[in-house]
Design a protein around this ligand. Structure first.
Ligand SMILES: Nc1ncnc2c1ncn2[C@@H]1O[C@H](COP(=O)(O)OP(=O)(O)OP(=O)(O)O)[C@@H](O)[C@H]1O
Ligand SMILES: [Mg+2]
Length: 978
């Protein structure tokens, strides 16, 4: 339910925040949570009992190995002696849904209006009226045998006898008919929901999946949730199989299973029992054995009907979580506080520990465990009252996907109050190139038996998801979502995950408005680059996940945006600065309750070494001449005089960037303009005037000419070096431009390098396949050509260990995104990243701007903008439109470092280098904590040297130094040898 705060005046808004603060104040502060103080983050070893709830500690229900139940007969699942008559009825149900089915209906009718005990006694009466407890032999429950089975049986027999004499027991006519049919003992089929794992003697079982067990006469068939046979066995005693009941374990085909509940024949036939979540919902708590007689729909609701409730609460001892909360390394979700219970557990159902499946927990990194707890608290409304949204903004590669998968799996299978799972259906919206990756990750972490997810593509339409009972997770691209929105709207989703969700920063785009209209209140945005633009975009993301939490936009702008922006102006007064900082701090604090961001540093220790080099490439003579000519054009001059109407400066910037990549791109643009024949004063043709004469007479844009571009020369040599020095390693080659990728592709052909390519033109359906086959170690492709704009986000390209960024984007996030594709979990080799910049050109200026903008770290937003939106002052343009021909690195010149004068800084170690006080811009103690948000002062701490030095300790750089004027280099997780 969307709730908007209708505060219009700032004062009211402040009041609202005060209230919010007060609500929030009941929780541990965010930083405390993160650091684990306040006992909130990470593994919760011993969940506190719920004060005032009147509920005792609840026992685990599903995951416990049978051995854990022994020694306390009260905790044991009840042993219900086999009832031949009943099984004959079931057989009828199976065979024809005839009399037996009627029995079920009739019984249901009888039960309604009766109390739990009475209903139970009827069931038992039906089961046992002509029998007594039987021995339980064969493979079944050998562990139970070994641990005082007799006592167990005795208790059960007693219970059964008591039930047999229950005076309220009345036989329905159908029951009598069952009794008559008792004479055919061997003929029955029963269905059970079970969990299974490979047979082992371990105390703490790790169940590997749900399954359906079919018991027919003396044989068993085990089917996974996709309906595939995963185990078979014969030679059991029919009476043992007939009497199978919840909590009992047995072996089948090398697998151990535990029975979770009985499935109606009808549910098996309709396939509903294979539907995700059904195993939980068709299973009733220990102590009740009436499942077989209940219609499928809403069994949980029936179980918790008010007539039952009291009994169940009293019987809370017999409730147990799906997984053992006390098992070593268990990840238990925080218990709700009393106010949460008051709000969300009006029925007073038992509070059950929610425990993440140990199958997945064992793979989780510490930060991922914290992330799962965080997400859980957010979507359960435990962090901010009545809000259920979260933004997981971990830096790239920290495994946001796995954290979400863990959450989804937990919520689909477990309930906090009673057994009803928290969610039933999940919608994951993601960029097209990642749809298959999500499916792959689900499989990677949960195997194929546990859950079936449905990725939408050309061949698999949303209708199929709607019509099939098998799926609980729909994965769809943003584009496809819009196309199928009418259908999507008809599905009730309980959790919405928007991967790379920063695209929702614009609240007026179709995708955002469509998603906002979905009536799903648990919403998660995943993004590695959360706020690329301004505070309004930040607001849009917040408002998407937690509608209304920040008050109306107009108020937000007055209270936050304006003071914060004002405080950053050079002309800001002391008071303005102070106000802006305080507002920013408050905004950070407030939003920090449901935004979690961890930097890549936290997984560095799990990753192999990374070496990052910024290579300043010497421009060719042709590039220099063209560059000069461009700068002397009338259009550039008018820009410098402040004539910026129609954005002529963007045309100039575009031309200079093309030239830096390769002169042929400029040549092509000139020719195209000539052909189009249009002309006006601020037009490109004005810029290109006379330029064509600078090109050689026979110049052709179609021919690949390595010698014309400084960066291309460096690239070609670098690839040759990689091929020779590390023939088994592969390269990702990134550009922001399709035309540049075409040139790089030509170069691959020229050198005979096998390559693969992913850009905006690549059909979405093929993207994951391209990525997968490249990552395969047997892939023949040496190079992966990647358009960072099209496919930079989210991809895992760990098949490569070298990544070359051929050009630079205004937005540092784009480049950081691209660079993170290779140095991530799963990478086995030392990673080498190279950024190519043309010395003295606009590329250096863009780079400087990138890193100086990242200096604004710590503020609530990174105010760097995408190129079209950047506002340039005339002063900035003047700086941008200068060519520094006589510098080997303008960026280094800016650092005012003394090393160039001394010429003795080649190859100092990072530590040694920090001793050169003359090289430090900042003070030593201001060393930044995150290497990711590189600033000018941090750059100073990188190793840096001119390409002229005689020996470089890097064999790859050694090969290219002739074409490189300067190098900055940084190593993370360095090893002693390069
Ligand atoms: N605990 C883990 N152990 C091993 N590998 C992991 C772990 N967590 C994640 N991974 C792997 O790390 C890679 C990166 O994870 P993922 O794609 O989820 O990152 P991300 O946070 O979504 O990054 P991005 O912002 O780039 O999309 C994947 O191949 C994933 O399978
Ligand atoms: Mg991702």
């Amino acid at each position: 339910m969307r709730r908007r705060i209708s505060c219009i005046a700032g004062g009211i808004l402040e009041l609202r925040w005060l209230r919010l603060r007060a609500e929030v104040g009941t929780h541990a502060p965010w930083d405390e949570w993160l650091t684990g103080a306040g006992n909130r983050g990470g593994t919760v070893e011993s969940a506190p009992s719920v004060p005032g709830s009147g509920l005792a500690e609840l026992n685990m229900r599903r995951s416990a190995a049978p051995s854990q139940l022994l020694g306390n007969s009260a905790k044991k699942p009840r042993f219900i002696p086999p009832g031949n008559k009943n099984t004959i009825c079931l057989e009828k149900e199976v065979e024809q849904l005839g009399p037996g089915f009627k029995v079920a209906e009739g019984k249901e009718k009888q039960q309604s209006g009766l109390g739990h005990t009475r209903a139970l006694s009827e069931t038992h009466g039906l089961d046992v009226s002509a029998t007594k407890a039987v021995e339980f032999v064969g493979e079944i429950s050998s562990m139970e045998k070994a641990n005082g089975e007799n006592k167990y049986k005795a208790a059960e027999v007693k219970a059964v006898n008591r039930l047999n004499t229950d005076p309220v027991h009345v036989e329905a006519p159908e029951v009598a008919r069952c009794k008559e049919e008792q004479e055919e003992p061997d003929c029955f089929t029963k269905y059970f929901s079970v969990v299974w794992c490979k047979a082992s003697k371990k105390k703490h079982k790790k169940w590997e999946g749900d399954a359906v067990l079919i018991a027919k006469r003396k044989s068993l068939v085990l089917k996974d949730m996709e309906g595939k046979d995963i185990g078979k066995g014969t030679g059991y005693k029919a009476k043992d199989l007939e009497s199978l009941n919840e909590g009992q374990t047995l072996m089948i085909g090398g697998k151990e299973i535990e029975v979770m509940g009985v499935i109606l024949a009808e549910d098996f036939k309709s396939g509903r029992c294979f539907q995700s979540g059904v195993t939980t919902s068709t299973t009733v708590p220990p102590g009740s054995s009436q499942t077989t007689m209940k219609p499928f729909c809403s069994p949980i609701r029936n179980v918790y009907k008010s007539s039952f409730k009291e009994n169940l609460l009293k019987d809370s001892q017999s409730y147990k979580p799906r997984h053992d909360p006390n098992a070593p390394n268990s990840l238990v979700m925080p218990r709700p506080n009393p106010s949460h219970q008051q709000m969300f557990n009006k029925a007073g159902l038992p509070v059950i520990d929610v425990v993440v499946d140990p199958y997945i927990v064992n793979h989780l990194r510490p930060h991922q465990k914290e992330g799962i707890v965080f997400l859980y608290e957010c979507v359960m409304g435990m962090r901010v009252g009545d809000r259920f949204g979260a933004i997981l903004a971990d830096e790239m590669g920290l495994g946001k996907t796995l954290q979400c998968i863990s959450l989804v799996w937990t919520l689909l299978r477990q309930g906090l109050y009673g057994y009803k799972p928290v969610i039933k259906r999940v919608l994951i919206v993601t960029p097209g190139s990642l749809v298959k990756n999500w499916k792959y990750e689900f499989q990677k972490w949960l195997g194929s038996e546990r859950i079936k997810v449905f990725p939408v593509d050309q061949d698999h339409k949303v209708e199929e998801f709607i019509n099939s009972p098998l799926y609980s997770v729909l994965i769809i691209s943003y584009e496809m979502l819009l196309r199928s929105f009418d259908l999507i709207q008809t599905i009730e989703f309980n959790l919405l995950i928007c991967d790379e969700g920063h695209r929702l920063k614009n609240s007026s785009i179709k995708t955002t408005t469509a998603l906002v209209n979905l009536s799903c209140e648990k919403r998660i945005i995943l993004t590695g680059t959360p706020i690329q633009n301004d505070l309004q975009e930040f607001y849009a993301l917040i408002d998407f996940v937690n509608p209304g939490i920040l008050a109306p936009l107009s108020t937000f702008r007055k209270i936050y945006e304006e003071p914060i922006i004002q405080s950053r102006e050079p002309s800001a007064t002391k008071e303005e600065k102070e106000l802006g900082e305080r507002r920013a701090a408050e905004l950070t604090r407030l939003t920090g309750l449901f935004i979690l961001r961890r930097t890549q540093d936290i997984i560095n220790k799990f990753l192999p070494p990374k070496k990052e080099s910024i290579l300043f490439c010497r421009p060719t003579a042709l590039q220099l001449e063209l560059y000069r000519k461009l700068l002397s054009s009338r259009i550039v001059k008018s820009c410098l005089q402040g004539v910026l109407e129609n954005s002529p400066h963007l045309i100039c910037i575009g031309a200079l960037k093309k030239l830096c990549n390769h002169p042929c791109l400029l040549f092509k643009a000139i020719k195209e303009k000539e052909c189009s024949g249009t002309f006006d004063e601020h037009d490109e043709s004005n810029l290109y005037e006379g330029l064509v004469n600078v090109f050689p007479q026979d110049y052709a844009s179609t021919t690949f000419a390595e010698a014309d571009s400084g960066k291309l020369q460096v690239l070609a040599k670098l690839l040759t070096a990689i091929r020779e020095l590390s023939p088994a390693e592969r390269v990702v080659l990134v550009s922001n431009y399709t035309q540049t990728l075409n040139i790089l592709q030509e170069m691959c052909k020229h050198y005979g390098y096998s390559y693969t390519r992913l850009d905006g033109q690549t059909p979405v359906s093929q993207r994951q396949q391209i990525v997968d086959s490249f990552n395969n170690k047997f892939s023949p492709a040496f190079i992966f050509l990647l358009s960072s704009k099209a496919g930079g986000v989210g991809l895992n390209l760990v098949g490569a260990s070298h990544l070359i960024l051929y050009d630079i984007d205004w937005n540092p996030a784009t480049d950081i995104q691209a660079m993170a594709r290779v140095w991530r979990d799963g990478q086995k080799h030392t990673v080498r990243i190279y950024r190519l910049l043309t010395t003295g050109s606009i590329e250096e200026k863009i780079y400087q701007r990138q890193i100086s903008k990242q200096d604004i770290s710590g503020a609530v937003v990174d105010l760097s903008k995408t190129s079209e939106h950047i506002h340039f002052s005339t002063e900035e343009l003047r700086n941008l439109f200068i060519l520094h021909e006589d510098s080997s690195c303008v960026t280094h010149d800016l650092l005012e470092c003394s090393c160039m004068a001394k010429k003795d800084h080649q190859n100092p170690s990072a530590e040694m280098f920090s001793m050169y006080r003359g090289c430090q811009l900042g003070k030593n103690h201001e060393k930044p904590t995150s290497k990711k948000s590189l600033s000018m002062s941090q750059l100073m701490q990188w190793k840096h040297f001119s390409g002229q030095h005689q020996t470089l300790d890097d064999p790859f750089l050694e090969r290219i130094k002739e074409n490189v004027t300067f190098i900055f280099q940084n190593a993370t997780n360095p090893v002693t040898s390069s």
